[in-house]
Design a protein around this ligand. Structure first.
Ligand code: ZN
Length: 69
């Protein structure tokens, strides 16, 4: 198991997200919507990884819709 590629199912939206080391930082990826976002450090990327609504527009919409419903 590599520590430079992390895959998780997040509780917030129930989607699978992953994180890997990139050329210039750490990239998080929403496997459901295909969105990616990068942070300069693994610490920051790990902090945001469980909350795709912070970096994936579609996950954000899902969370907003759920709160309205
Ligand atoms: Zn998403």
């Amino acid at each position: 198991m590599s520590d430079t590629h992390i895959i998780r199912k997040v509780r917030e939206t129930g989607v699978i997200v992953d994180l890997w080391k990139d050329f210039d930082g750490w990239t998080v990826h929403c496997s459901k919507h295909g969105r990616v976002c990068s942070w300069p450090t693994q610490k920051e990327a790990l902090a945001f990884l469980p909350y795709p609504s912070e970096w994936c527009d579609e996950c954000c919409q899902d969370v907003l819709n759920r709160e309205v419903a």
